[in-house]
Ligand binder design. Structure first.
Ligand code: ARG
Length: 273
């Protein structure tokens, strides 16, 4: 099987001010030590991995006092040259939204403002011609209707049920136009049925993979960048013909984030879908 890799335009934010100062998900323990310098080195390796794959990486300037700003996936949803800004559930992250919005505007994207809590690509993933949209912990269900209206893709609501997998991108990875990998038990029974219907050939991850944030992966259709600790998932993906590249983001995981959380896909237009 030959698989075509798409060269991607990505937005990242250097974890200059990264810390775990508050707890807004079960991974975060403000009393546990975090090696901030190691977090930066691990992030630089992730960035270099993308460059080596031929992707373009743009950087947004980190803002002091916003320790989670490194998680660029939460900065917006960018598809077909349109950028939808975000509205965070938690006040600790609220000021990230205007920073990302300003970046999209300066970069020339057509801007849309959220009417409801919407945590961007953390909860909104384009899979072929469907937008999969998570809800249950962060992004409000009401945001899904706005996403459909703005982007014009059918939105499929995915009900998340496990607080450790609070964003859709911690429970499901889009591998290519046709396939996804996911942890079934992170979803409600109805959402599991929808996933089986839409993606009969999906890769099912184990809890052990999900517990190291293995599903927080970035695929270009051929190469899958995922946490190095997700060894079972990597083996399954290789069996399917993907090339896997393990990265260690142990420090950022203390905030509940992995490779995908650090990475926002900038989809210019139909051609770069
Ligand atoms: N500490 C951040 C939060 O809880 C982590 C965000 C991870 N981002 C993601 N796309 N899953 O909001």
């Amino acid at each position: 099987m030959t698989m075509d890799a798409t060269s991607q335009r990505l937005l990242m934010c250097r974890p200059t001010y990264f810390a775990v100062d508050y707890a807004i998900n079960p991974w975060m323990d403000p009393s546990a030590p975090v090696d901030a310098a190691l977090a930066v080195r691990q992030w630089e390796q992730l960035r270099q991995t993308y460059l080596d794959l031929g992707h373009t990486v743009e950087e947004i300037t980190p803002v002091p006092g916003l320790p989670d700003m490194v998680f660029a996936a939460n900065g917006g949803t960018v598809i077909d040259g349109k950028a939808m800004a975000v509205q965070f559930r938690d006040p600790q992250r609220a000021d990230e939204a205007p920073a990302y919005r300003a970046w999209f505007e300066a970069a020339g994207f057509e801007m849309y403002d959220p009417k409801h809590v919407n945590e961007g690509e953390g909860d909104v993933l384009l899979a072929g011609d469907h937008l999969l949209a998570g809800t249950g912990f962060r992004t409000a269900h009401a945001a899904h209707a706005q996403l459909q209206e703005v982007f014009g893709y059918p939105v499929i609501t995915m009900q998340l049920v496990d607080p450790r997998f609070y964003h859709l991108d911690t429970a499901l990875t889009v591998l290519d136009e046709r396939t996804v990998a996911y942890l079934p038990e992170a979803f409600s029974p109805g959402s599991q049925a929808v996933l089986r219907r839409l993606f009969p050939d999906a890769v099912h991850a184990t809890m052990a993979d999900a517990e190291v944030l293995g599903l927080n992966a970035v695929s270009d259709g051929r190469h899958v960048v995922l946490p190095a600790q997700a060894t079972d998932l990597a083996a399954k993906l290789r069996d399917r013909g993907y090339e896997t590249i393990g990265v260690d983001l142990s420090e950022l995981r203390k905030a509940g984030g992995g490779p995908k959380c650090c990475t926002l896909r900038l989809r210019q237009g139909k051609a770069s879908k």
